[in-house]
Design a protein around this ligand. Structure first.
Ligand code: PSU
Ligand code: MN
Length: 309
């Protein structure tokens, strides 16, 4: 059996693809592991709505009963958000969920792999994974996917719980350009500032598409990472966040939490320590990224149309 035999594409996505409408992929680990219930389902709806409002079609990607879904209908989305023990599905877990006929949320890396299969070029997430502070050998599979799958990924930087300088060095090593959207500073997820530089600063979706095309025309096979800072009103300063992140990191080490449990544990613990403030920033940046990704998908479509006109 080939992957295509286990892929189910929703009617909405099929129709949109048949007439080449702009399309934005959305990941689902944020639904299954990143946010508590019921905020996870509300967020999933809000992200899809944000994409539609900008004139693009959302394709939320996830595993249900061992099948890889490209686009979920309403009952499927509700089921995923309420699933008791969903898997967190990175590339190494595809065979596990397929053979167990299980359900799971796809990570950034897992979602990118699905996008490659479905020929979706634009993807929105919250923050990518990277090199962890707790252990430099815990490097997210997201980085490997960014190195090898040519598409545009919109995020609010890497998650602040990571070692950001090490993550940026790694991105440079694997040839992934980091585009600051209207900023020269690499955003740090909850915060707009990190003290670290992006590789290029671009101000419009059209410029981002132009840049990505140049990257791929030059023969590169890697992704273009767009870093979109969290909206001002919901941003939390780095100095306010840092003690909470350090505390959460200490707690994780004390509890010997590692591997795929580490990121969900840290996000949850930080939400407790900030009394819900970090989750508000997280929700806000997710919507902001969905909007920008939809605008980029629109610009990409316009450019392709011009090319064939
Ligand atoms: N962004 C969020 N919340 C999340 C994630 C991203 O706002 O929960 C998820 C993504 O799916 C990402 C994963 O791929 O966290 C990274 O996990 P790890 O460090 O184990 O690779
Ligand atoms: Mn990890």
């Amino acid at each position: 059996m080939r992957l295509k035999d286990m892929v189910l594409t929703s009617n909405e996505v099929k129709q949109a693809m048949s007439i080449s409408l702009p399309m934005v992929a959305l990941e689902s680990t944020v639904i299954t592991h990143g946010l508590p219930r019921p905020q996870n389902l509300t967020l999933a709806h809000d992200m899809e709505r944000a994409v539609r409002e900008e004139g693009a079609t959302p394709a939320t990607i996830a595993f249900l009963d061992g099948c890889l879904h490209i686009g979920l209908n309403e009952p499927e989305l509700e089921r995923l958000a309420n699933e008791k023990e969903p898997y967190k599905v990175g590339p190494r877990d595809f065979a596990t969920v397929i053979t167990k006929e299980a359900c799971g949320g796809t990570t950034v890396a897992g979602t990118m792999f699905a996008c490659k299969h479905a020929s979706i070029k634009v993807f929105a997430t919250g923050g990518i994974g990277g090199v962890h502070r707790e252990s430099h050998s815990d490097i997210s599979a997201d980085l490997q996917a960014l190195a090898t799958i040519p598409m545009i990924v919109v995020c609010a930087g890497a998650k602040a719980i990571l070692d950001l300088p090490a993550t940026l060095e790694y991105l440079e090593t694997i040839g992934v350009p980091v585009v600051g959207y209207d900023t020269t500073e690499f955003p740090a997820f909850y915060s707009r500032e990190s003290g670290l530089d992006v590789s290029v600063n671009l101000a419009t979706p059209q410029e981002i598409v132009h840049f990505a095309k140049a990257h791929w025309d030059a023969g590169m096979q890697s992704a273009v990472l767009v870093a979109n800072p969290v909206p001002l009103g919901d941003a939390i300063s780095k100095s306010e966040m840092e003690p909470h992140i350090e505390q959460a990191s200490k707690d994780a080490q004390k509890k010997k939490i590692h591997g795929k449990e580490l990121t969900p544990f840290l996000l949850k613990r930080i939400n407790e320590l900030t009394k819900g403030k970090s989750m508000r920033a997280n929700l806000s940046l997710l919507l902001n990224n969905a909007r920008l990704a939809a605008q980029i998908a629109g610009a990409l479509r316009s450019r392709e149309k011009q090319k064939w006109a």
